[in-house]
Design a protein around this ligand. Structure first.
Ligand code: SAH
Length: 262
């Protein structure tokens, strides 16, 4: 079976950073690619799996620092495939979760280029695993919502807060670092308790990982003072209460410390 002939594209989920969290299929496809276009969030250990003669091109976007716009990335992928390359478009986490996969799929289809998706471990799963918690909790968290807090520069964060402020749900907020203050205020205003548990996990699965456990009303302070430069995921809801024993074990909680600082 050759599922990766010349002139075709795979959108491959690179997972949260740890190369061991790649699927076997992703590992194989990365090794077969003649050219790889990757995001800023793809860990260096993952890129080491490329063939020695593969071309590796960084087309990363980090908020505020867009090195290539989406239409340029779409065009580069299509052009490489039409030139007969085996193209891997390597994306952090899962390509189908806040990954602009639709634009790339459409660009390929429009150009008549065969394209497929290889899923990956999304940041919320990796963060929950690091914290040692389940994102769902029988009776307490029956719903899991993935939401992005990313907005275009100058635009307000326009989310349905009354829908998100569900005490029986877990909220996984992607790209939520800058909006942490807004998220906390709006969820509390919409009825979520201030002592709702919150975990922030930065660079989940990487050696530089940081975990911070706090509560919704202290989230703005913790996000402002504790986080570094890495990608960070916010997990909010009763299911995170299970992370508390870990807090005692690893002494990573700063919620109490921040209560004094506030
Ligand atoms: N497709 C990716 C998400 C891309 S959006 C996925 O499925 O995970 C980028 C956001 O994902 C970041 O701003 C951050 O909120 C989150 N993220 C990605 N990798 C992460 C990591 N290793 N640790 C914590 N959050 C991460």
């Amino acid at each position: 079976m050759n599922d990766f002939p010349d002139g075709t594209v795979w959108l491959v989920g690179a997972g949260p950073g740890d190369p061991e969290l790649l699927t076997r299929k992703a590992t194989r496809l990365i090794g077969m690619a003649s050219v790889i276009f990757h995001d800023a969030l793809v860990g260096p250990g993952v890129l080491e799996l490329a063939a020695p003669d593969a071309r590796i091109l960084h087309v990363g976007k980090r908020s505020g620092r867009h090195s290539k716009d989406q239409s340029t990335i779409d065009r580069l992928i299509v052009e490489a495939a039409l030139a007969g390359e085996r193209v891997v478009r390597l994306k952090g986490g899962d390509p189908a979760i806040f990954g602009r996969a639709t634009e790339e799929l459409e660009a390929c289809c429009t150009a008549g280029v065969a394209v497929s998706i290889c899923p990956g471990v999304t940041a919320a799963s990796a963060a929950a695993a690091s914290l040692g918690v389940s994102l769902t909790l029988r009776g307490l968290a029956r719903k899991l919502t993935f939401v992005t807090a990313h907005v275009r520069a100058g635009e307000p964060l326009d989310l349905d807060w009354s829908d998100l402020a569900d005490p029986a749900a877990t909220l996984a907020v992607y790209m939520g670092k800058a909006a942490a203050g807004d998220i906390s205020r709006q969820l509390i205003a919409a009825g979520l308790r201030g002592d709702t548990p919150v975990a922030l996990v930065e660079s989940a699965s990487l050696p530089t990982e940081g975990q911070f456990l706090t509560r919704l009303d202290l989230l703005p302070l913790v996000a402002r003072t504790a986080l570094g430069d890495g990608p960070a995921l916010l997990l909010i809801g009763a299911a995170l209460r299970g992370a508390l024993p870990l807090m005692a074990r690893t002494n990573v909680a700063i919620g109490e410390a921040c209560a004094f600082a506030a």
